[in-house]
Design a binder for this molecule. Structure first.
Ligand code: ATP
Length: 301
């Protein structure tokens, strides 16, 4: 899909969510979270770096947090574009959206689920991303910092990178929404506009959005990691005889944007592993306690 078209769709999704009647506390707090993110992007980040000329790249791994941020980022891109043509004597339709693809970086260093890889590639087409995938070298393991350094050497125009980290993520507590990288990292500015979002905000917006979601979340994963160090979240294991409660997001699931069916695809390569979990775990959105979000991640040895 063309970037301008998908940016407009994301704008419609975001606007539709902002216009929902606030019939749950989660929806009300998510609406506030979106407004803060929009302000940080439109009034601060886009005032410092143009989002339309390659200054800003997006870091994306198909996870729920960066997908939410991508939807809102694209929505803001559309709003920014509309503002640039406001007052023009020509109508909006005669202006071409000036960015062809969104520069995006995916660091693929671990052995990855085929489901994640396929999701990143499918959504890369869907969201008009120009996807850089770090090349995996089985003999020399590149750190995340080295992989970003390589990306920057190829994209020297990059000044800032958008990251979907939240305060409740490891090392996220004291971050600011715009800041430089730490020492030991290549120099660029980090734009982190969903720090203030909680897990319920993420699921409420994502489940409402009508967009496909990475299939691992459907079988009990709550945070995406490597093939050898991530399992479904043990706190979502179904018990045999207790009656299971519904999730907190039934309203969102029943009122998805434009009634889109929820797609959670599993890649055939992962079926052997993931079929052993299906019907044994509740979907990822049944867990909203951030302290338990990474309980399915095994400690690296
Ligand atoms: P989840 O926690 O469910 O996996 P997520 O991957 O979006 O969702 P985190 O794992 O907390 O969230 O990662 C925070 C952010 O860091 C991501 O949203 C993304 O912007 C960036 N990021 C993480 N891993 C990668 C990666 N391998 N390549 C590119 N960006 C990444």
């Amino acid at each position: 899909m063309k970037l301008g078209k998908i940016a407009e769709i994301c704008y419609n999704i975001t606007t539709s969510y902002l216009n929902l009647p606030g019939n749950t506390d989660i929806i009300i707090s998510t609406q506030k979270a979106i407004l803060t993110t929009k302000h940080q992007l439109l009034d601060d980040a886009f005032a410092r770096w143009s989002p339309l000329n390659g200054d800003i790249s997006f870091s994306y791994n198909g996870g729920k947090d960066c997908q939410v941020l991508l939807l809102i980022y694209l929505s803001c891109l559309w709003e920014f574009f509309l503002n640039t043509i406001k007052g023009s004597q020509y109508g909006g339709n005669s202006h071409q959206f000036p960015l062809f693809e969104l520069p995006t970086v995916f660091i693929d260093q671990e052995e990855t689920f085929s489901t994640i890889k396929a999701f990143v590639e499918d959504t890369s087409d869907r969201y008009g991303l120009s996807l850089y995938e770090s090349s995996r070298n089985d003999t020399v393991k590149m750190s995340m910092a080295m992989a970003f350094e390589h990306y920057l050497s190829l994209h020297q125009e990059t000044k800032a990178i958008v990251i979907g980290i939240r305060h409740s993520d490891p090392f996220g507590e004291n971050l600011k929404y715009i800041q430089e990288t730490d020492s030991g990292w290549p120099e660029f500015m980090r734009i982190q506009p969903i720090l203030h979002w909680n897990l319920s905000n993420i699921w409420s917006f994502l489940l409402y959005s009508g967009e496909p979601i990475c299939g691992l979340y459907g079988v009990g994963y709550t945070s995406l990691g490597g093939l050898n160090n991530t399992l479904p979240n043990p706190y979502l294991k179904l018990s045999d005889n207790t009656e299971e409660k519904k999730s907190e997001f039934e309203w969102e699931l029943n009122h998805r944007f434009e009634n889109q069916k929820l797609e959670l695809e599993i890649h055939p390569n992962d079926r052997a592993i993931l079929d052993t979990f299906s019907n044994k775990y509740k979907p990822g959105w049944y867990l909203t306690d951030e302290k338990l979000e990474r309980a399915g991640r095994l400690k690296k040895t």
